[in-house]
Design a binder for this molecule. Structure first.
Ligand code: ZN
Ligand code: ZN
Ligand code: ZN
Length: 426
């Protein structure tokens, strides 16, 4: 599956391109959206997480200080009203915290904002206004509480009907934008229209959750954010941008869920392991018209990016390879290995014995383990699909055997998941 954003800049009408995680107008640079797929594989993401992982206490301390400073600002603002010196001082303090946040969290604003003093100041005041009001206990606070509820309703990937929660999230984001206007927010830091800014805010918020939504819903969600006609979905639904990709075990033949970013894949049925290969992601070769000039751009198999030969624009397919995550976990593992004199490379394991007589049982145990480990994150449809791919026409027998396993071992959520997958067989 390939998803392509075909946004047009509302200022000059030029098509937008991804520059890192930032979807920007190719012609005038106006910010149009946020592409989380790129963010997850980016150097910025790696750097941010490396810093947090190297010194987790420092990370906690920094955010604790930030939270306290905002609490103080809110306390100061509460006794006064907008326009009064105490309230203005509180807004100044919140703007300083917004400035800190923009620098601390590189996913907050495009890098060019931090490099431009005047633009950075405007963003700090604009974000600071929101940070302060979120803590004042009024309308903005209430809306953030509702946003949290909608987010919780979306769940972690087990939700078969996520669209209602997505709609609720988008509706709250719109209300939030309206509320801040009515409360006298500073003007948009880049002079963007209400709708353009809302698209950015929605893409930043929802792109993080898109991975938890089944692929068939991902295109429609992006269209809800960016508007009709701005999203093209090519080919059948695939897990290019899901939390887990499907991997076929070379020994027992079980198709299983593997986290993007793993260094080795492990079969939950027979425990055979293989070093990660980008081929596993099944990002097939792909050709599409260049977003800028319309020339044919070809993506090599497994490649998340391609360059247009004519206009040299870099194109990105909507997929996360987990490369940055893999690099980080490898760094951590190598440090530990060096400390304990362990081998640097993880050896591949052949796992448990598999024969024609034991294959179905191995697979059933694998399906049962997946239901036990991942019931929060997958739908019955996905488990059913994995069973079908693994056992073909004997999928009902496979699921029935897996159901026996989870009925003895629990938990009830795993039983429910496999029962629902089994119900799809009829
Ligand atoms: Zn433009
Ligand atoms: Zn296996
Ligand atoms: Zn081109």
């Amino acid at each position: 599956m390939a998803i392509r954003l075909t946004l047009r800049c509302e200022r000059c009408g030029a098509p937008s391109v991804s520059e890192g995680a930032w979807v920007l107008c190719k012609s005038c640079g106006t910010w149009c959206g946020f592409d989380f797929t790129v963010w997850l594989d980016s150097d910025q993401w790696t750097e941010f997480n490396r810093r947090a992982m190297t010194d987790p206490e420092g990370y906690m301390r920094r955010f604790e200080r930030h939270g306290q400073a905002l609490d103080q600002a809110a306390a100061q603002a509460r006794g006064s009203s907008p326009g009064q010196p105490a309230f203005e001082a509180a807004l100044d303090a919140a703007a300083r915290e917004a400035d800190w946040l923009m620098a601390e969290m590189p996913s907050y604003v495009p890098p060019r904002v931090l490099a431009d003093r005047e633009l950075r100041r405007r963003y700090a005041r604009w974000i600071g206004f929101d940070l302060l009001h979120a803590r004042l206990g009024g309308r903005v606070s209430a809306l953030y509480a509702r946003l949290n509820q909608a987010t919780a309703a979306l769940g972690f990937g087990a939700n078969e009907n996520p669209m209602e929660a997505v709609k609720a999230m988008l509706a709250v984001l719109r209300e939030l934008a309206q509320a801040r206007q009515e409360l006298g927010s500073p003007p948009d830091p880049e002079g963007l229209s209400f709708e353009a800014r809302l698209r950015i805010a929605s893409s930043q918020m929802l792109s993080a959750y898109l991975r938890l939504i089944a692929p068939e819903h991902q295109g429609p969600v992006l269209e809800m954010i960016y508007g009709p006609g701005s999203v093209e979905v090519v080919g059948p639904a695939g897990h290019d941008y899901s939390l887990y990709f499907d991997w076929e075990c070379p020994r027992c033949g079980l198709f299983s869920l593997q986290g993007h970013g793993v260094e080795v894949t492990t079969c939950p049925g027979c425990f055979c392991t293989r070093r990660f290969d980008v081929e596993f992601l099944k990002l097939g070769a792909l050709a599409q018209p260049c977003l800028s000039c319309g020339a044919r751009v070809e993506f090599a198999q497994g490649a998340p990016e391609a360059r247009c030969d004519f206009c040299t624009t870099t194109q990105r397919r909507f997929a996360a390879t987990g490369a940055a995550q893999r690099l980080l976990s490898r760094e951590v593992r190598l440090t530990v290995a060096a400390q304990h004199g362990l081998p640097q490379e993880i050896p591949e394991q052949e796992g448990l014995e598999v024969s024609a007589a034991t294959r179905l049982q191995r697979q059933a145990e694998g399906v049962a383990r997946m239901a036990q480990w991942f019931h929060l994150f997958v739908t019955p449809a996905r488990i059913y699909g994995l069973a079908r791919a693994s056992a073909k026409e004997t999928a009902p027998a496979l699921l029935a055997a897996a159901l026996q396993e989870v009925k003895t071992q629990g938990p009830p959520e795993a039983v429910k998941l496999i029962e629902a997958a089994l119900a799809r067989c009829t």
